[in-house]
Design a binder for this molecule. Sequence first.
Ligand code: AMP
Ligand code: ZN
Length: 465
Amino acid sequence: MTTISLFNTPTRKKEKFTPIYEGKVGLYTCGPTVYNYAHIGNLRTYIFEDVLKRVLMYNGYEVRHVMNITDVGHLTGDRDMGEDKLEAGARREGKSAWEIAAFYTRAFESDMQKLNLLAPTVWCRATDAIPEQIELIRTLEKKGYTYRTSDGIYFDTSRFAGYTKLSHQNLDELQEGARVEKNPEKRNATDFALWKFSPEGVKRQMEWDSPWGTGFPGWHVECSAMSMKFLGDQLDIHCGGTDHIDVHHTNEIAQSEAATGKPFFNYWMHGAFLIIAGGKKMAKSEGNFLTLDATFTDRSIEPLVYRFAAFQTHYRKPMEYSEEAVEAAHNGLQHLRNQVRQLMDQASDDAGRIDPGFRTRFTARINDDLNMPRALAAVQVLLKSDLSPSDKLATVLDFDRVLGLDLDRIGEPGKLPEEIQTLAEQRKAAREAKSWAESDRLRDAIEEKGYVVQDTKEGMKVFKP
Ligand code: AMP
Ligand code: ZN
């Protein structure tokens, strides 16, 4: 197999990827907290993870991908302070926490489909893995890593020697933070809740019995429990955004390795932030967040433009969101589609051949820590080469297994915005009924919205010019 190098956060180096089991990869990606829509910053991280998965598949690996859905236990404040985000969301919208979770899970799935993110092998809600989380906490308790406070069961981070091996943080500075901490019962500033008790006299919407009292699991424990439940010992790669390095993933490693005595995941990969002008991180708490629908779909810009935009910046560099960047990506994607459309027109009926030279070049770039900007440049070199149109087409469609830009479906009405799709269907019906005036009116309506209508011998084609 060709070498894949991946930047591993604990060693801060690009390392050759070697899976635990030959030909197979266990991949865990931290999923959304479903109390609100995902913003396009979150989605940047999921695009990076999708590229990683596709690159592994392109290299012939069988990928078992697990993603959790956080529907309980993620608190509004850092380090186990504040309110459960789901319960806060429920109050905000006057619905139950369960309804909120179901609604935003569906919204997330819809975003994933719009961005061509491949569905995970296993999706799991935190609330569907409560027994496994309780079991993990019991193991930690037996091994002496836990202590009880008035509001929960905590993990004593001072008992785990490698606590900073992922983050390389200075523990003294972190302990310093303890002085401003609002929880005086914690032994160390970095200690975190494994199980939180429901407040005295309050019935939470989501709560479970446990050996320690009624309550709910802490956020970090769900990812450890679900990784082990669904990947077993196939713990190859674990991903998230860079904000997960210092707390969430650090805590996952501490509690998992304390419980099993074995290493928890060999590779940790983190995607950099989407930022907005001025360098600010896009975040729900900053009130500067944009959803995929508001930024793209509702403005009749195809969401795949965002996927293409994300490829312009390496995943470990901050990506700046701006209207200009969207415009440039829009033009770039249209240009690529036009190039492919031309090839489709020129290609002979025989299937082309995937060119081994260009494939090697493309593979070298994606395998170099997912270098998508350079991979896109390789696509342009291919398209401008003197290969035959059929071979170019076969090769670029092969690359699209990684790009995921639907290059094989250009002109198909299925991927058009709903509004255009409806007009296209109405026009098809008008033509079948030989209502030519109506058909012309609908053509104008479609073209007014920036689409091209072509009547070919295979039928009507509608596409973005
Ligand atoms: P959350 O739903 O808050 O748990 O976040 C989902 C994913 O998005 C996590 O992997 C975060 O690290 C990531 N994330 C959060 N904010 C951003 C951002 N501005 N840019 C890129 N990724 C982000
Ligand atoms: Zn996680």
